[in-house]
Write a protein that binds this ligand. Sequence first.
Ligand SMILES: [Zn+2]
Length: 505
Amino acid sequence: MYENPDGVMIGLEVHVQLNKLKTKIFCGCATDYHKDPPNSHVCPVCLGLPGSLPVINKKAVEAAIKVGLALNCRIEEYTQFYRKNYYYPDLPKGFQISQYDFPIASKGQIIIEGEDGELIVRITRAHLEEDPGRLVHEGTIDRSKYTLIDYNRSGMALLEIVSDPDLRSPKEARRYLDKLRNILEYLDVFDGDLEGALRVDANISIMGGQRAEIKNISSHKGAERALLFEIVRQKNVVRRGGVVVQETRHFDEAREITLSMRTKEEAHDYRYFPEPDLMPLKVSGWAPEIKETLPELPDARRMRFIKQYGITDDQAKSLTGELVWADYYEQVLKIYENEYGEKLDPKFAAAWINDYLKGEMNYRGSTLTYAVGKVSHHLIWHEYTVAILGLLKHEKITDDNAVIIFRNLLDSPRGGSDWRPVKKAADSAENYVMRILEEKGLLKVEGDIVETAAFEAINENPQAVADYKAGKEKALNSLVGAVMKKTKGGADARKVREILLVKLG
Ligand SMILES: [Zn+2]
């Protein structure tokens, strides 16, 4: 049982940009502004000019319902937009179109891995709103000399997903965010790699204190660090005999501290009232049809991986925990079968793709896919992995050599992504792999050469042979080493050991 000694309670408000939509939520401006100059994707509606009128983007409502369903929420029968009034330079019309009563979805849940096993985190609600513009502070927010404003972001469809305060540690908060991001990527409504795609406000309190709200944390890692800092700060306040007051704080990512901004505002400070320019939407009838389009979600895919491929729970969790890796794994299996006309052992593939390749990339801090302009590339195309696993399976290369080829691909400036084989994919990838091995003098040595080397090693090392025969198991290792040296590392160490054992009788 997790004791939660400080009585930490964390609730998260996650702002998710539905950035896979083509247009903004209330106007026709295109959403692919990330590579374009500031203030180039704007119109009278998203600039909030007087007299302009919003028109709801049906696709945004559908995407919100899709997310709501995936989070096991109840979809409201009617949904209504409200004006949330406040003045800030990122919001030129003086109010944000958001939701208040009648949010689009409510009462859902996400299951995460908590401190002591599965934890159900309740979703209070999920509602649609428009994203404000982006303020770019020169320096840090509390000391900047001037601030620039970019309205490209203004009017992007934002889904605010609010959780109950069910999270009990910064680690659980991070896992919740990882899981949420994972689900959103499966739903194909969201690209988490784009700037500003996911922003978090965190409410946190410790036993006996009021809650502080930490605003605008821009990443899941930032959330964990901000919460860690905030717990220490609140405990220190209590230790000095003070009282933790309800307030809004800002997380300074560079300094990894939170700063007081203002006392917390209440809902009535925003003077919410129904948006007169948008009719209430009857959406209850939409849900069944959208439900039909829901893809296989991470938990379901994980269970299927375990059942269908016989891989471990950890492997399945790791692979399905990132959509690109889950897809990569299944594509490699499929391409392999097409190319070789036989099935690849899924456990063998998981050991290489998950345990080795994903581990190696994590260690290097690289990601499997990256974007060039608007096109997504794989750092190591599937065909390489298919070819390497094929060569391994047919015992043409050793495990060590496979590692060398993968590292060679990862070490080249853009990994193995410069070259993608088109026709006879595995064939040409296989040639490429063999060429690397040949250049490095690592081609696997044939059986009789190994036999000869083993024979020589035994003749040249009588002491080691005598030691081994006298019961010193370790002496065998030096003989294996001698053979490996003779074959320039091209022999399979396991096979060498077997051959030596036979010869030593
Ligand atoms: Zn616009």
